[in-house]
Each structure stands twice: as C-alpha cells, then as structure tokens.
Design a protein around this ligand. Structure first.
Ligand SMILES: NC(=O)c1ccc[n+]([C@@H]2O[C@H](COP(=O)([O-])OP(=O)(O)OC[C@H]3O[C@@H](n4cnc5c(N)ncnc54)[C@H](O)[C@@H]3O)[C@@H](O)[C@H]2O)c1
Length: 248
C-alpha cells in the first residue's frame, strides 16, 4: 500500500500500544514517521523495528507537555523529511479514581497530557502543515468522552479533545488541513493491561460489546490511516468510533 507515499507524520505516544500500531501502519503505507514518546528507549526500539522492515522512521524523545521540545522535534523532522504534514495526537494516560478520592494531581496530570498536550502539539505542527499546503491532524479521543464512572478527569479530557477537534477543523479548512478524532472503545494495550482489575474490566467490556471482543491497536490504526489519506479528503471535524458497537 502506498497511499501515504510522500507524506511525513508525527505520532505522539508511538513507542507502544495504539500509537505504536499507528506509526507502523502509516510507515507501511509509505509515510516517513516520527515516533515521538517520553520513553526514550522504547521509542528508539519502535522506530528501529519499523525501519528494519524497510520503511522510514526516526525516534524523538519528548514529553508532549514540553512546548519547546515538541517544537524543536517538529522543526527537526520537517528539515529531515522536507515536510511535516500529518500529526497524530495519541500520547495519553489515565489516573482512575472516584471523585472523592481524586487528587488535584490526578486531575492535572490527565488534563495536562491528554488535552493540553494535544493543544501544544497542534499549535507547534501548524506552521509545518500550512507550509505543506495539505495537512492532516487526527486526535485520539476515547469512547470515555461519553462518560465513564471513575474517570471524571479522563472523560473530561477526552470530551475536550472532541471540542478541540471540531473548533480547529473550522479554523483550518481553508488551509487544506483536515482535523478529525478517533474514539476507541477498549483496546488491548499495555495501558489497559496495567489496570489493577484488567481481566475483570476486559470481561465486562466484551460482554457489553456487540462485536463480542475488545479492539486491537491495529483496528484503531486502520481508521487513522484512512483519515490521513486522500480517501478522507472531504471529512473534517468528525469523530470515528472504533468501539465494536459499544457506546455505554
Ligand atoms: N487502550 C484503550 O483501551 C484506549 C481506549 C480509548 C482511547 N485510548 C487512548 O489511546 C491513546 C493510547 O493509549 P494506549 O492504550 O496505547 O496507551 P499506552 O500506555 O499503551 O501507550 C501510551 C504511550 O504514550 C506515551 N506517553 C505517555 N505520556 C506521555 C507524554 N507526556 N509525552 C509523550 N509520550 C507519552 C507512553 O510512554 C506510551 O508509550 C491514549 O490517548 C488513550 O487515552 C486508549
């Protein structure tokens, strides 16, 4: 597949999980890919693995909360690949607790990474996308934007991502830049497996999912690859749910 040949993509949180699959998929479709992650060693390994398969990938060690580091990495990528025209905001964390147990730090950390980090990366990417005359931003939200008990911080951040996506699509349409979101349901990644009651949580999700399984990172990557391709040229400000039909 060569849908993305000639494009250069910056994927955050790409060392593993959903971001790792997105980076691998975009590279397999021909894009040069920056594997951006706070975990330097894992990011380096992920980029190396993609490059071993013959695709183009480099690692960038950064925290999406660090505006200077993000801007520097994007400028470097743009110089290296001659352009940077795709941004996938994916880096995210959760700190699940009921409201009465939730600390200021639980709230701030999730909002800072899962929402403010997306804003920081969108703003830094904009000059590069504009210079390309064609651009794609895909923001990974979550089905949790509809609300999940124990996740007021995460649900608020992920709902914020949808608002950011819709507003930005209106600002950037005239520049030939589309901005969309993907809202995954439960996806089998290290983040989900790190949950204290992972098996129980997964079993409950499977039982309430019409397609009777949780998703894979590749399920999400396929939706992202579509949105950043010319096949989605007339889609902007939208949300694709990759949930196996589960909304509640
Ligand atoms: N797994 C799910 O069920 C699920 C469902 C819906 C949405 N999502 C969303 O998908 C995205 C990826 O989730 P995942 O399950 O693959 O997570 P994961 O924990 O497996 O991977 C997340 C990656 O992001 C990196 N990261 C974390 N904080 C960072 C920071 N401040 N700066 C840069 N990189 C950082 C981590 O090092 C890690 O490599 C997140 O935004 C998450 O909210 C996940």
């Amino acid at each position: 597949m060569t849908r993305l040949r000639g494009h250069a993509a910056f994927v955050t949180g790409a060392a593993r999980g959903i971001g790792g699959s997105i980076a691998a998929r975009l590279a397999a479709e021909g894009a040069a890919v920056v594997v951006a992650d706070v975990d330097e060693e894992a990011g380096r390994q992920a980029a190396e693995k993609i490059a071993t398969g013959g695709a183009t990938a480099v690692a960038a060690a950064l925290d999406v909360r660090d505006a200077e580091a993000v801007a520097a990495a994007m400028t470097e990528a743009s110089a290296r690949f001659g352009k940077l025209d795709i941004l996938v905001n994916n880096a995210g964390v959760f700190r699940d607790r009921r409201l009465e147990e939730m600390s200021d730090s639980d709230w701030d950390t999730v909002l800072d990474i899962d929402l403010r980090g997306y804003f920081v990366c969108c703003r830094a990417a904009l000059p590069h996308l504009r210079a390309s005359g064609w651009g794609r931003i895909v923001n990974i939200s979550s089905r949790a934007y509809l609300g999940n008990p124990g996740q007021v911080n995460y649900s608020a951040a992920k709902a914020g991502v949808i608002g950011l996506t819709r507003a930005l699509s209106m600002e950037l349409g005239r520049d030939g830049i589309t901005v969309n979101a993907v809202a995954p349901g439960m996806i089998d990644t290290p983040l989900v497996r790190s949950h204290a009651k992972a098996d129980e949580v997964i079993a409950r999700a499977v039982a309430s999912t019409p397609l009777r399984r949780i998703g894979t990172p590749e399920d999400v990557a396929a939706a992202v690859a579509f949105l950043v391709s010319d096949d989605a040229a007339y889609i902007t400000g939208d949300v694709i749910h990759v949930t196996g039909g589960r909304y509640g």
